[in-house]
Design a protein around this ligand. Structure first.
Ligand code: FEO
Length: 393
């Protein structure tokens, strides 16, 4: 870890995890990640904003020592998840005079996960301002942009916002700033999809609250710093707004090519009509790509063969993801095929009750698709095109 200055007396202490491939045994990290702590030195007091993943605690302690930091007054915990709070006990051991600052929800989570005594943590109120001398920290509680404890810390004089997970990106890079915006946008979009999208209306509400804040820099706890805040804020406004894109996402798989032929026909007909289409074979699902595709797509067609009178388990996983991520999708359909049991569409629909969509006609084919089944697929194409403002013919 190296120490890099963002502004006079404001430092980035970023633990870059180049090798990590999976987060929470769940989220693929194709480009690694970072855990960013920040140090703010006021004329009278010094505060550390968040810490790092426990596996990189030693890096953080060495970096603090390399700065010649003899005294630390505050450790601000914006969020209690261990990738940001897990090094707090070690930092406290190195700087025993430091006070941990957290809101009431974060304090409860910290005491249960780190076994810190509650009286070791000083409570923060929403909108509280803490003076460090010539710099002051303002704390904004933004519950449920991610977890109930989520907090933003803001340096009033420098207009720097430390947003923790909010607005971040899983990206290991030597770039201090988000200079490669296309790369950062891809990573930030996947991150938003997997972490924030389930709370989309709430995230949008908190974005509106931030409009009253003068923000010159956003320093998240994963990925590079935004020296151009409107880059990420405008993306978040787009992702969390109600508008969708005319695009059809088709999670599918096939056991004997019957469902695959229906999907291939559907893809071709939709492309002929000028629709944007993305099929995802869920047998080897890249959950990051799939989640990212759901961020703005207007339409999802689930296409599954039948296993034991329900969807294929790989489709059940894709449906579970789509259901818990709560994308703003407006239209959906279920198509597929069966050998002896016709219950797949009902079972699959019952897994998708969080989707606030208009459902199109289900198409469930016995064996392989016949002429009348392709006519039904043509009707589905016409319905999708009409719903998306395209003429079907
Ligand atoms: Fe990056 Fe919610 O932890």
């Amino acid at each position: 870890m190296i120490v890099r200055e963002l502004k006079p007396n404001v430092y980035s202490l970023s633990a870059i995890d180049w090798d990590r491939k999976l987060f929470d045994e769940l989220v693929p990290l194709p480009e690694g990640t970072s855990y960013n702590a920040y140090l703010v030195k006021g004329s009278e007091k010094t505060a550390l904003i968040d810490t790092v993943h426990p596996s990189m605690t030693e890096d953080l302690l060495k970096a603090l020592k390399s700065m010649g930091l003899e005294r630390l007054d505050y450790i601000v915990s914006n969020h209690a998840e261990p990738d940001h709070a897990g090094s707090i006990p070690a930092v406290l051991a190195a700087y025993p005079q430091a006070k941990v600052l957290a809101n009431v929800k974060c304090r409860s989570l910290l005491t249960s996960s780190l076994n810190l005594p509650a009286d070791a943590i000083q409570l923060l109120q929403d909108e509280q301002v803490l003076s460090l001398g010539d710099k002051s920290l303002r704390f904004l509680w933004v519950p449920w942009v991610h977890w109930p404890d989520s907090t933003i810390t803001y340096i009033v004089e420098d207009h720097i916002m430390f947003s923790c997970d909010f607005l971040g990106a899983h990206l290991a890079t030597s770039d201090l700033y988000a200079s490669d915006e296309a790369r950062v946008e891809r990573a930030a979009r996947v991150y938003y999809a997997e972490i924030m999208m389930p709370y989309r209306p709430n995230v949008n509400k908190h974005l509106k609250r931030l409009e009253d804040l003068s923000i010159k820099m956003i320093a998240p706890s994963h990925g590079p710093v935004y020296a151009r805040p409107d880059f990420i804020l405008s993306l978040y406004r787009q992702w969390t707004g109600d508008e969708t894109r005319p695009e059809v996402i088709i999670p599918y798989l096939s056991m004997y090519e019957s469902t695959a032929k229906m999907v291939a026909y559907l893809v071709d007909r939709l492309m002929e009509k000028g629709m944007s289409v993305q099929p995802f074979n869920v047998a080897n699902l890249d959950s990051g790509r799939f989640s990212s595709a759901l961020v703005e797509a207007s339409t999802v067609v689930f296409a599954s063969p039948t296993v034991l009178n329900g969807p294929h388990p790989a489709m059940a996983y894709a449906a579970y993801l789509a259901n818990v991520l709560r994308p703003k999708t407006k239209y959906a359909a279920i198509i597929g095929s069966y050998g002896w049991g016709t219950g797949m569409p009902e079972s699959l629909a019952a897994m998708l009750t969080n989707l606030n969509v208009k459902w199109f006609e289900q198409i469930n084919v016995g064996g392989t698709a016949k002429a009348e089944d392709f006519v039904a697929l043509d009707r589905l194409v016409a319905d999708i095109c009409a719903a998306n403002g395209l003429l079907a013919n």
